[in-house]
Ligand binder design. Structure first.
Ligand SMILES: Nc1ncnc2c1ncn2[C@@H]1O[C@H](COP(=O)(O)OP(=O)(O)O)[C@@H](O)[C@H]1O
Ligand SMILES: [Mg+2]
Length: 361
């Protein structure tokens, strides 16, 4: 399977170096929840939700193609009948090519519109479960959005690079990246993925588990944004030194009227058990598939966690308990992938021989 793909109508190297003086290098973490853009030499310059608002039943992006990111997220769940706010990568697959392209192109233009004459070189990290056709669509969108060269890299590779793991060395590194729509688990060595698994259970499923719990236990409907707040404020995977409580508001399913109630971290932990177990099982399954030598390295090197979902209280310790391997959070887990894409750009000459595969010749 292709680990990272590259294709371009390549100008000669010397010409490209000159062009580089007049353009920027951009790394994009195209996530199911959030898109981050890093510019080489500047760090992260954009961090917005992967959301697009369109006129219902069409692919027409509102506000002249600018209803993307924060502007669109504010509309989620509150849209009048004529508008839909779409997350085009929600489950780790591209549900709509045109909308994904509109989003990507908006972000690239926003970052590149800084007085540069030539298009940027762009590295985009994509969920590892997307198909070749979807990769191609992302790739073409970047070119159409004005990229001079585009490279695709699989998300766990970018996460491992961003986390500073020795992914090019002859030793095993393991990353668990829990996003909104997908959890990516990978064991890498010598700049390549040895074993990986992408499951469609991640942060969104935790929110959904909370919504279902509120319905079942309190006959109360809450929105996705409220559920996410509950998860972040009081959610956990393991008992807390001091259990927490929180007041939530929603709609009573029987009377139909707004009301509030107080919930506890114990009950939310119980509600989150199913998605947490599915994530832990993906981790143990991946470990079971690793070659013994790689598994042996991991006893020392342990597991690193990235992505917003890894911030759920107690999740690293639960994974550590289930696997017996030292498990820790990468530095700044939410920006790991974006930072990794930028580091990849710096080392592209060195790493692309092992990582790339032409998708276009
Ligand atoms: N402190 C937190 N605790 C638990 N979940 C969190 C926390 N912060 C963010 N998240 C969740 O992380 C997910 C987004 O993570 P991210 O890595 O940006 O996803 P993606 O890469 O798929 O875009 C969302 O489900 C969000 O609710
Ligand atoms: Mg991600």
């Amino acid at each position: 399977m292709a680990r990272s793909e590259v294709a371009w109508k390549a100008p000669p190297v010397f010409l490209d170096r000159i062009l580089g003086l007049f353009s920027v290098d951009i790394g994009i973490d195209l996530g199911t929840c959030n898109t981050l853009v890093a510019v080489r030499g500047q760090g992260i310059v954009l961090n917005e939700p992967s959301v697009v608002a369109v006129k219902k039943g069409t692919n027409q992006v509102l506000k002249n193609g600018e209803a993307v990111g924060w502007v669109a997220k504010e509309m989620l769940g509150k849209t009048p009948g004529s508008i839909s706010a779409i997350r085009p990568l929600k489950d780790g697959v591209i549900s709509d090519f045109e909308i994904t392209e509109a989003m990507l192109s908006y972000f690239i233009r926003k970052v590149n519109g800084r007085g540069k004459i030539f298009g940027p070189r762009v590295v985009i990290s994509v969920p590892s479960g997307i198909t070749a056709v979807e990769k191609r669509a992302v790739f073409d969108s970047a070119l159409r959005a004005g990229a001079r060269q585009t490279y695709l890299i699989e998300e766990p590779v970018a996460a491992a690079i961003g986390a500073g793991l020795p992914f090019a060395e002859p030793t095993a590194s393991m990353i668990v990246d829990i996003g909104g729509g997908t959890t990516e688990v990978a064991i890498m060595s010598l700049a390549d993925i040895a074993v990986c698994e992408s499951v469609r259970v991640a942060g969104d499923d935790m929110d959904e588990a909370i919504i279902n719990h509120m319905k079942r236990t309190y006959n109360m409907m809450i929105g996705e944004q409220t559920a996410e707040r509950v998860k972040i404020e009081i959610g956990s995977a393991a008992p807390l030194p001091q259990e927490l409580t929180m007041e939530v508001r929603g709609r009573d399913m029987i009377s139909g009227l707004p009301r509030k109630t107080t919930i506890t971290s114990d009950e939310i932990r119980e509600a989150l058990q199913e998605p947490c177990t599915a994530i832990i099982e993906a981790v143990t399954r991946t470990l079971e598939r690793a070659e013994p030598e790689l598994a042996a390295d991991l006893v020392e090197n342990g597991i690193y966690m990235a992505g917003g979902g890894s911030l759920l209280r107690g999740l690293p310790s639960v994974i550590q308990k289930a696997t017996g391997l030292p498990t820790r959070l990468a530095d700044d887990p939410l920006t790991c992938v974006a930072r990794g894409t930028c580091i990849y750009l710096e080392h592209i000459e060195e790493w692309k021989s092992t990582l790339e595969n032409d998708v276009e010749t």
